[in-house]
Every structure is written in structure tokens, then in C-alpha cells.
Design a protein around this ligand. Structure first.
Ligand code: C5P
Length: 226
């Protein structure tokens, strides 16, 4: 069964803990650069002590030596999963994996979901058929370099599962029910659709964070992928 991951996209420690106090049954939590920049690793220790698994989503993209050092620090503070950019290249991904050992899973961001086809073509300096072509190319590169899996929109899950095989982690934000506001997400699917297509980790933020009853929203998601 796919894991649900609650994106702790809140401003500070108190808001994060208040939210978790309201929602029973959350296992995986995701800390991004906004919250982590505010709290640092102290909150990670606190969340670990409360029994959560930690997905540190800082999307590293730097020289291999620096990323290796960052992953080593993440491992030291008890993080379970980290993100790097596939565009950092094979040597950087391999360095991340070398530091991760078997305690930390490394997943690679392929193409940011905010990029349009035109923007991607301008970034790459050549025409690109669709973002999905680039997602697949970078996902293969990342897996060959040792990444445990990739991050992508739910619309690429089936393609990636078919191509990368059963072992790859497929981490999927952009989870929305038909009635949820999409916000800035454009490439969305429901939790059930993403899980059925082969996603292993479903990252959900605003549909829970902005719900009138976050616990009920979370319980509904759990039920939908059961
Ligand atoms: O609020 P929402 O459900 O859109 O939250 C999705 C989470 O997943 C956010 O924390 C966002 O930063 C993250 N994410 C994403 N797209 C990616 C990688 C991460 O939306 N490609």
C-alpha cells in the first residue's frame, strides 16, 4: 500500500506540532525549506521522538562533495528520505547515495512541476517534446546513478512505473480530489489514482492543511487508498 506523507508547509515548530496533535495516524511527514530554515534539525529530533518518519525535501543540487556532506548530516540527525535534483548529475547522485548508506532513501526531482514546456525548452536550450520525455530521461539517469526513486507528478506515475520497474520509489505530490482547490498545482490526480498507477509515497499538503477538519481530510485520504 502507498504511504501518505503530510507536507508540513507551516511557518514554525508550534504550528507543525499543533497540526500533528490534531491529526491521528500520521506516519511520514515532509519538511521543506521554509520550515526547516526556521527550525533546523531540532524539530527533526522532536518529530522522530514522536514516532514520525522524516522526509527532508531540500532538493539539493550542488557539487558532489557538498551534497555528500549534506546527506551525511541528514543521516546523522535521523532523516529517512531526502531529495536531490536529477539535474545535479550522476556523480552527485552517486555521492548522495554513498553518504546515505542503507538508512536514508535518496529520491531525485526530475522536472519541477512548475515548469511549462516552453520554459523547459528555454532552460535546456533545445526544443523538448513534452515535460514527460524529460522526466523519463532524468529518471533513468537518476536510477542508473543509484537513486532509490524519483519525484514526479501523478500523471507520470504509470509511465515511470512501467519503465523503472517494481523496485523504484515513486514520490508523488499534486494529490487533489475533484473538489479540492488546485492552488499552483496543475498536474494532479486523486490519491487513489496515484496509488493505483504505482506511486509509493503520496505527498499531501493543502488539501489537509487548509481543510476545515484536517483530521477528517486525512482519514478520508487513508480510506481512499486502503
Ligand atoms: O499543498 P500541496 O499538496 O500542493 O503540497 C505539495 C508539497 O509537495 C509541497 O510541499 C511542495 O513543495 C512539494 N512538491 C511539489 N512538487 C514537486 C516537489 C515537491 O509540489 N515537484
Amino acid at each position: 500500500m502507498a504511504e501518505l506523507v503530510l507536507a508540513l508547509d507551516v511557518a514554525d515548530r508550534e504550528a507543525a506540532l499543533r497540526l500533528l496533535d490534531r491529526i491521528p495516524g500520521v506516519g511520514w511527514v515532509k519538511l521543506g525549506s521554509v520550515l526547516f530554515t526556521r527550525t533546523g534539525p531540532a524539530l527533526i529530533a522532536e518529530l522522530k521522538a514522536r514516532g514520525h518518519q522524516i522526509f527532508l525535501d531540500l532538493k539539493w543540487h550542488d557539487i558532489p562533495n557538498t551534497v555528500q556532506g549534506a546527506v551525511a548530516q541528514a543521516r546523522e540527525v535521523g532523516v529517512d528520505m531526502v531529495t536531490v535534483h536529477a539535474l545535479g548529475g550522476a556523480a552527485m547522485i552517486a555521492a548522495a547515495k554513498a553518504a546515505a548508506g542503507d538508512r536514508v532513501q535518496v529520491v531525485a526531482v526530475t522536472v519541477l512541476t512548475s515548469h511549462s514546456t516552453a520554459e523547459l525548452a528555454s532552460l535546456l536550450g533545445r526544443p523538448t517534446a513534452t515535460p514527460a520525455d524529460e522526466v523519463l530521461r532524468l529518471a533513468r539517469l537518476a536510477r542508473q546513478a543509484g537513486a532509490d526513486g524519483v519525484v514526479s507528478s501523478p500523471l507520470e506515475t504509470a509511465l515511470l512505473r512501467a519503465d523503472l520497474g517494481p523496485g523504484a520509489l515513486l514520490v508523488t505530490p499534486g494529490i487533489r480530489s475533484p473538489t479540492d482547490p488546485k492552488g499552483d498545482q496543475t498536474r494532479t490526480a486523486t490519491a487513489a489514482e496515484a496509488a493505483r498507477a504505482g506511486s509509493t509515497h503520496l505527498v499531501v499538503g493543502r488539501p489537509v492543511l487548509q481543510a476545515a477538519d484536517p483530521a477528517a481530510a486525512w482519514a478520508g485520504l487513508v480510506e481512499s487508498i486502503r
